[in-house]
Each structure stands twice: as C-alpha cells, then as structure tokens.
Design a protein. Structure first.
Length: 305
C-alpha cells in the first residue's frame, strides 16, 4: 500500500511540479494571460490528482494534452463572451523554474505576438501554438482539438498564415481556391440529388463528424424525413446518402476564412459545415450545431450559394 500511495501521491506531485514551468509556458502561449495560465495549470493538477494514471506511459505528454484541452475550452468561452485579455500582463513569461527551451520560448514572444495570436480562432490558435512553438506532432494535436491529423494540420497552417501577416503563398491561395470549388461542387450535387457527383468529390474514406446537438436534432426530426446522424459516419457512399437531395437551405460561407457551408435563418448561423480537402476531394466534414460552438466560429457569408 505504501508503494502505491507513493506512486499516486508524492511521486505524481513531484513529477507535476517538475513539469509546472513548461506547462505554464504552454498555457501562456495559448491564453496570453499569466493568471489564466496559472488557472489552467492548476486545473490540470486537479485532473491529474483525480485520474487513474496507471496506464499512462508518457506523463509529460498526458499533462500537455490536458493543459491544451483546458486552454481550448477557456479560449472558446472567452470567444463567446468576446473578452479581450491582452493588457498590461501581456509580457514575456519568466520564472525561476523555466529553463532551456521553455525560457527561450518565453522570452522570444512579446506583446505583439500575443496580440496576433488573440486574433486566431481557438482551435486554430491551439493547433498553431502546439505545433509551431512546441513541435507536437499532428497526431497528438488532433486529440486536443477533436479533429483528425489532417484537420489539425489545416488549422495550424491557417494560423501560420495569419501570424505571418495574412498573406498566403501562391500555393496556399491555389489550395483555398480549389477548396471553394470542391465545396461548391458538393453543395450543387447535394441540392441536385446527384449521387454520382457527390461520390466524385468525396474521398472513399471520407468521415462526417456531427456534434451531439446535431445528432440529437436529427433523431428528433427523423419522422419528418431528416437524415439520421451519428457522431461519425464513414465512407463515401454513406456520407453521400446523408446529403443527397438535401442542403437546400445551406449556403456557401467562409468558416474561419476557409470555404464551408452554413445555415443562417434570419441571418444568424445555426449550423456550420467545415471541410478538409486533400487532392481535390473532401476527406472530412465537421457539422457543428451547438450554439456556443457556432458562436465561437468566425462565419461570413459569400455572395454565391
């Protein structure tokens, strides 16, 4: 019993304290507020203390993921409240327990960078910070933002473009134009009840993800002919059948600056469709209907659709 208490008590506390400085820097990069960063790190400790970590092989990685998820939730809540935390405390972090790479990162980013980061949507900011500043692989970032590695890579790429001044490279502009074409073709095929055309723009392994609100709404409206959604629908045929003959009320939109679809009754976005396009085909569709999540997204309607 003594050994077990040591492993789950003093040992974990020691490991956490050894990681606290790094976790504080990670949180600060995402939040731009030392107070909020401390809150996020403390919340991570509470979750660690209340979790069964016996099966955790990489505790540092586990803690980084937990802190990142907490920060993402805080950023989304801030976005909905339209808070502006950047102020007098937006200065380089320095602490006696920050050494090496952590200290270098902390000293290299000042108010200007934090102001730029504040303009990024929450998931985009988290993906960019974790990848470009802390070298986390997209497989790990995907778990934090609840997307696939491909979607996480797209989020980080968008964030990088904005941080670099918003001017996309010619290749990036071509990719964005191609995505608009693919999303437009998808919408036309869905509205036109054209199964073959839908298959043409969908990757064979495409995945449709719907949030809990969308799933529950689809079940409630099934008797009226609405397609029944699941948290995940995989495969081109299944996804095509979900949209075939539908999407009449969806319109082309820019979601966080990328081509997507939105349903905007009364001018207010209610349902948002985000797309990941690779090699000219849709590999992922994320359907968001939760009101707070939709409100946290930057949605602007285009002149077409």
């Amino acid at each position: 019993m003594a050994d077990k208490d040591f492993l789950t008590g003093d040992f974990l506390a020691g490991r956490f304290e050894a990681s606290r400085g790094r976790l504080r820097v990670v949180a600060y990069r995402m939040l731009g507020s030392r107070g909020e960063a401390e809150d996020a790190v403390q919340e991570a400790w509470l979750r660690l203390a209340g979790s069964d970590t016996a099966a955790v092989q990489n505790l540092d990685g586990w803690l980084t993921t937990v802190v990142a998820r907490i920060c993402l939730d805080m950023l989304r809540a801030r976005k909905v409240r339209r808070e502006e935390p950047i102020g007098p405390e937006a200065e380089a972090v320095a602490g006696s327990d920050d050494t090496g790479r952590e200290a270098e990162i902390a000293d290299s980013i000042g108010v200007a960078m934090l102001v730029v980061l504040e303009t990024l949507p929450p998931a985009e900011r988290v993906a960019f910070v974790l990848h470009d500043m802390f070298n986390l692989p997209f497989d790990d970032i995907a778990q934090v933002v609840s997307r696939s590695p491909a979607a996480a890579r797209q989020l980080a790429s968008r964030g990088r473009r904005r941080v670099q001044g918003g001017a996309a490279s010619p290749e990036a502009e071509v990719d964005r134009a191609r995505q608009r074409e693919v999303v437009s073709a998808f919408l036309a095929a869905a509205r036109g009840d054209d199964f073959a055309a839908l298959l043409a723009v969908l990757d064979p392994d495409v995945v449709l993800r719907a949030d809990a609100t969308a799933v529950a709404t689809s079940v409630a409206r099934a008797s009226a002919g609405a397609p029944r959604l699941a948290p995940e629908i995989r495969g081109a045929a299944a996804v095509a059948n979900t949209f075939k003959g539908r999407a009449a009320e969806a319109q082309l939109a820019l979601i966080e600056g990328e081509a997507g679809l939105a349903w905007v009754p009364g001018g207010r976005p209610v349902v948002v469709f985000e797309f990941v396009v690779e090699d000219g085909r849709i590999v992922e569709i994320d359907l968001t209907m939760n009101a707070k999540s939709v409100a946290a997204l930057q949605v602007s309607m285009t002149s077409q659709g």
